[in-house]
Design a protein around this ligand. Sequence first.
Ligand code: MRU
Length: 343
Amino acid sequence: MSVPHPAPLSEASYSAVELLPGDDEVVLLDQRRLPAVEEYVRLRTSAQVAQAIATLAIRGAPAIGIAAAYGLVLAAARGEDLAEASARLRATRPTAVNLAWALERMARAPGDRAALAAEARAIHREDVEACRAMGRIGAAHVPDGATVLTHCNAGALATGGYGTALGVVRAARESGKRVRVVADETRPVLQGARLTAWELQRDGFDVTVITDSMVAQLMRRRGVDLVVVGADRIARSGDVANKIGTYGVACLAAVHEVPFYVAAPWSTVDLACPDGDAIPIERRSADEVTQLGGVRVAPEGVSVDNPAFDVTPARLIRAVFTERGEAAPPGERTLQALQPRSC
Ligand code: MRU
């Protein structure tokens, strides 16, 4: 169903997800259809929200956490069993720790609809504030006139609004710097070509899409000044899980001496997870690899592997930007130093 989008909490002209007044409907921008169609869909049950997360109608670590929190509000509005709804939402995607983090935070709130709605909106609002704060921190590392390469979509569409990696780009421009973005297309789901290009173009940024296979040559020709990506989970060691292909970009950045940065809210940091090897990596359907836009590009029946994320070792990352400050280089000591004393 198509509906006009509501006034977003993020103050942008569009929003990945919102809870409508009345607290019994969630509206989300269907990211499967972008950039061709800007369609908002209304959801009334937590099962519909879980389905939207699993099928990537909404995606990006912070955004799926917010959507799951709103899904629990719908569960309360319909008198569903909250524990069951929470388990269903949590099972949708294993890698992004923001999903479990948001649901655990919701479990600590009183179980009535009004209190859950207030908590879910607070999670959303705080994410936008975190994006703006880490954006300002990261922007200090962006030289005037820089070309920034990014992978996947870590923008307003992937968060409560504003973005993590793209928040750094937005903040750099807001501080008066000229900035150009190179967006990897990001096979197999094309979040870079479809989503990063859409939101940056819409906001008037200079953005160029390249295929993932072009990064090496671009870096060899000195066409990239720095890399900024988002994250789905940051382990205590400073290892970072992000969209498949990120690790390759980090290796290329190291070879070409291009600074490689990660921007993520504290809700993405999982200090209970020792290192990258302990991060669960989601495996998705073969169709994402064998088909492009519904057209088959590999023979029927061929075996396929489709890990949705990879792990970039901490040693390849110059700094992680969070709303609490930067961990540079990322690791147990620098991450723990950002942890508030009471936790
Ligand atoms: O599979 P997706 O599209 O949910 O993967 C998203 C990413 O890997 C993003 O880079 C990450 O979630 C950071 S979003 C601010």
